[in-house]
Design a protein around this ligand. Structure first.
Ligand code: SF4
Ligand code: SF4
Length: 93
């Protein structure tokens, strides 16, 4: 029997998963990590770098560049309005 996680809708090809490009306004970030913790696809991680306020801001994790589904949940949970997504230019409709 197939596991639930392996199930695919029969018409999955007709509805491709949206892709998003992540943008971070580094100087607004206060390093709370909400966006990192709540991203359903584990796209984000804390950067090594710090902004002028001394906070580690989020970056797209290595190897996750194509994983953002443009769900915009990171934008919703960010208390500083410091992160947002948009369609990648190459796939924009
Ligand atoms: S838009 Fe969704 S999938 Fe993309 S980084 Fe934000 S929370 Fe993660
Ligand atoms: S949720 Fe906003 S303030 Fe918090 S780490 Fe992410 S970008 Fe920075």
């Amino acid at each position: 029997m197939r596991k639930v996680s392996e199930r695919q809708p029969l018409n999955a090809a007709a509805f491709p998963v949206p892709r998003g490009q992540v943008y971070v306004i580094v100087e607004r970030c206060k390093g709370c990590d909400f966006c990192i913790e709540f991203c359903p696809r584990d796209v984000l991680e804390q950067s090594e770098g710090i902004n002028s306020r001394g906070y580690h801001y989020p970056v797209v994790a290595e190897g996750k560049g194509d994983e953002c589904a443009d769900c915009q949940f990171c934008t919703l949970v960010c208390p500083e309005f410091a992160i947002y997504t948009d369609e990648p230019a190459a796939t924009a409709r």
